[in-house]
Design a protein around this ligand. Structure first.
Ligand SMILES: [Fe+2]
Length: 242
């Protein structure tokens, strides 16, 4: 119901916001982003000069990874979002943040979705993890609120705020980090806990939607995500930690 026309129009001010955000995040992410993200960004040819055309980008992503990008004018519910993942479709907000929300956009926006999420869809293993999460959500019983909450926590502390080891250093791959200078500075602060990824602990950790996270979880490698889904699916429930 919130689907937008395939082409959205952006003002000169929007184009300026995109350009400044793009330049700043690229600089900030140098040697901080996970290789999978940097490779995806490169492969897609996302650039600073023009806000990408969503329909064209979706066609390109579909050719490269089998995923489609779906434009939305308003935030989608968790249930709908996960339903889309199960179809290998990624919802993209067409709204772009303003200068006022430059450092941290409390709601997902075009920059968060396109710059933060879409490059990671080109990593086949990571994209499959998202697909499996979507399928797992569909398989949950309607009344299983605990299972739903834990599944969302796993999504949240990986796809939104995850880090992964690379050459002995934690690198960022979560879109909430990749697209937010404020969250990056908070995450890399010496006082912020960056914990070794532990599935049981992740499932029990509270999701904070509109503020910086209290802690982050660092995967030894992205392949561990497939193991998480397999372990939880084999257990027949998303409530190992309950
Ligand atoms: Fe997101």
């Amino acid at each position: 119901m919130f689907l937008q026309p395939r082409t959205a129009t952006y003002s000169a001010q929007d184009q300026l916001v995109w350009k400044i955000l793009f330049d700043r995040q690229r600089a900030l992410l140098h040697r901080r982003a996970a290789p999978a993200f940097s490779q995806g960004l490169e492969q897609l040819g996302l650039g600073r000069n023009t806000i990408p055309d969503l329909a064209e980008l979706s066609a390109e992503v579909q050719q490269l990874s089998g995923w489609q990008l779906l434009p939305y004018g308003q935030p989608v519910s968790q249930a709908l979002f996960l339903e889309r993942l199960a179809q290998r479709q990624f919802p993209v907000m067409t709204r772009l943040r303003t200068m006022r929300d430059f450092d941290f956009s409390p709601q997902p926006d075009l920059f968060h979705d396109l710059f933060g999420h879409v490059p990671m869809l080109l990593d086949a293993g990571f994209a499959d993890f998202l697909h499996q999460l979507g399928l797992a959500a569909l398989a949950l019983a309607p009344h299983d609120a605990v299972g739903r909450q834990q599944l969302w926590a796993l999504y949240f502390f990986t796809a939104e705020f995850g880090l992964v080891q690379h050459e002995g250093q934690p690198r960022l791959y979560g879109a909430g980090l990749l697209s937010s200078a404020g969250e990056i500075h908070h995450c890399i602060d010496a006082g912020t806990p960056r914990l070794e990824f532990d599935l049981t602990q992740v499932l029990q950790t509270t999701v904070r939607d509109s503020r910086f996270q209290n802690q982050y979880f660092v995967l030894p490698n992205l392949a561990v995500l497939a193991d998480c889904v397999a372990a939880l699916s084999a257990a027949g429930a998303w409530r190992l930690a309950a």
